[in-house]
Write a protein of this length. Structure first.
Length: 364
């Protein structure tokens, strides 16, 4: 699976919580070359990260039937191969025909949303794959200037692509696929998130229905919370020992309020950077307050110990319904706020070298 799809599925899985969804019937018929008989075909719900249907190949053909909760990202995989095929489908009867070894050449019929999805991917996939690939190389080589340059260029390109689709194509203007990609770009690029209300305002019809529309609308409702320059609202949650801990109890220090979870891969990958920063600044009036979106206390505590997170932690163990996360409009993790000794927000979603730079600028 390419880098673009991996990033899409990670963000989708982290961001989607309980919604009021209507069951839909989905059937996917495949006729594929280079598939051995009895190969098991699996359909994965990319938003819930769970298997929803399986089928067995006979004569290169398979038939996946299931009931799905919503129109969105699903992935077809074939046991014994590395091929994974993303689909944007829902209440559809989709046919797919091609070669399992040439997934980009597969021809789809029967799903308008998949047609729109393919049109987006033709433009976004090369851009995003190049962005993440170059950014990863720059980060590994400690080339901060190169990283910033690539990031800014990709932000501008992503905005231009989204604007083109939203404003010039009536089909895309009413498609939930447009809402999906708008949501993805807003979670990846801060510049897109800042202009999210303008982009969302021009959507119509089905584009303002369903899972991703619900998520964007919730984001817009809480967009005034947590702005840089404002005071981060007070909150209280229980710590690892079940004792209430108030954010205001940390006043007088620079604090990174870090939203994460034991089940969040990107969060766990970022934890070594947070540990390194904490150790470098903990004796300079800086600390971290972890806010976990876990459900299982044992796994939460195990992750704290395993990752060496030796600062204060709180959680109400309500998953995406964590009251603080809801209050602050957190739609994806990791997410964070850096506040000064007076509780004023001076940075958001700072990671790696960016967090270190921000602290060096204020802690002398």
């Amino acid at each position: 699976m390419n880098t673009m799809i991996k990033k899409i599925l990670v963000v989708a899985m982290l961001a989607i919580c309980s919604m009021n969804l209507t069951a839909q019937s989905l059937e996917i018929k495949g006729n594929m070359k280079n598939l051995a008989d009895q190969t098991v075909v699996t359909l994965l719900d990319g938003m819930a990260n769970k298997e929803v249907a399986t089928a067995t190949v006979v004569g290169g053909k398979f038939d996946l039937k299931t009931t799905v909760a919503s129109t969105g990202i699903y992935v077809v995989s074939f046991k014994g191969t590395k091929t994974q095929i993303p689909l944007f489908v829902g209440n559809d009867n989709l046919t797919m025909e091609g070669d399992v070894n040439a997934p980009k050449e597969i021809v789809y019929q029967g799903s308008p949303s998949q047609d729109v999805y393919q049109s987006y991917m033709k433009k976004l996939d090369p851009l995003m794959s190049a962005y993440f690939g170059s950014l990863g190389a720059a980060q590994a080589e400690k080339e901060a200037t190169k990283k910033d340059s690539i990031g800014k260029q990709a932000e501008l390109q992503s905005q231009a692509i989204i604007a083109e689709y939203v404003k010039t194509s009536k089909i895309n203007n009413q498609s939930p696929v447009t809402t999906f990609f708008l949501f993805q770009m807003a979670n990846i690029f801060p510049a897109v998130k800042e202009t999210l209300p303008d982009y969302y305002a021009v959507l119509e019809g089905d584009a303002k229905k369903g899972t991703f529309a619900d998520v964007i609308e919730k984001t817009l409702q809480t967009s005034g919370v947590g702005k840089i320059g404002s005071v981060l609202p007070e909150f209280t949650q229980n710590d690892v020992n079940g004792k209430p801990l108030k954010l205001s109890s940390l006043r007088g220090k620079y604090v990174l309020v870090d939203f994460w979870a034991s089940w969040c891969g990107p969060c766990r990958a970022e934890n070594p950077n947070v540990v390194k920063t904490y150790n470098a600044f903990k004796n300079k009036n800086f600390t971290v307050l972890g806010v976990s979106l876990d459900q299982d206390k044992a796994r939460w505590l195990e992750a704290i110990k395993k990752d060496g997170l030796s600062w204060s932690h709180v959680s109400d163990l309500k998953y995406w319904n964590n009251e603080v996360a809801v209050q602050f409009g957190i739609q994806s993790i990791p997410a964070s706020f850096l506040i000064d000794p007076n509780g004023v927000i001076i940075g958001k979603d700072l990671r790696g070298d960016d967090l270190v730079k921000a602290l060096k600028a204020v802690i002398k």
